[in-house]
Write a protein that binds this ligand. Structure first.
Ligand SMILES: [Fe+2]
Length: 219
């Protein structure tokens, strides 16, 4: 597939995508968010976003998300300590960890999570890889969206580009350093609310240790 996503990936990181350990044969999978958890996330999001209007422009997205000129490319739900604790639960929920471990084929430790992050009309996700040390096994969740056209995510796999058009309640499990990823087509519609969950293996193989040594040398 011929797509030309804007890139924020320095060329030397191409090497890293070849060195990073592989966990799943395919490296990506679309699956449903466990239904009880999804219902809770969806209603909490709708309450914060629609009823209490708590979304504010996100200050720093590291250049990965680009929007139309003059508009913040992404919003975050702010000022809700309770909400943060609520959404953090998804990251460490036994159901999600079991899903992620089944995908990765090894035991995982939660490292980082973000969200809900709300993208609006014109938003583009530049091609990038995730954090080299801590974002090896990841999930991106569609919590809610109101789109005029699909807004697929593209993964640059060893066999070429593949894309996933997540529906609300679905999640993409993927290896975020192995596969540069992007949403190259500007979002058309009102919003897309995502959550992002990141994990690393608890036990590291020799290949993994070697990879981490390379990452350190690059720093
Ligand atoms: Fe990413």
């Amino acid at each position: 597939m011929d797509i030309s996503p804007p890139k924020v990936m320095p060329p030397e990181l191409d090497r890293i995508t070849r060195l990073v350990p592989k966990f799943n044969a395919t490296g990506w999978r679309v699956t449903d968010i466990p239904s009880g958890l999804y219902r809770d996330l969806y209603w909490r999001f709708r309450e914060d976003y629609t009823i209490h209007d708590l979304a504010v422009p996100e200050g720093n997205t590291g250049g990965v998300v680009q929007g139309t000129a003059g508009a913040a490319p992404a919003l975050v739900i702010a000022g809700t300590g309770f909400g943060d604790a609520f959404f953090e639960r998804a990251h460490t929920s036994p159901e999600i960890i079991a899903l992620m471990e089944g995908f990765a084929g090894c035991r995982l430790r939660p490292t980082w999570w973000y969200g809900p992050r709300v993208y609006r009309s014109g938003a583009v996700l530049a091609e990038h890889i995730d954090r080299l040390e801590t974002h090896l096994v990841n999930a991106t969740l569609n919590i809610d969206c109101d789109l005029a056209e699909p807004w697929p995510i593209f993964l640059k796999t060893e066999k070429g580009y593949v894309s996933a058009d997540l529906q609300p309640g679905q999640m993409l499990l993927y290896e975020g350093v192995r596969f540069p990823h992007s949403r190259p087509h500007p979002l058309k519609g009102k919003h897309y609310a995502g959550m992002f969950l990141h994990y690393e293996p608890i036990e590291k193989t020799q290949e993994h240790e070697e990879y981490l040594r390379h990452v350190k040398e690059m720093a």
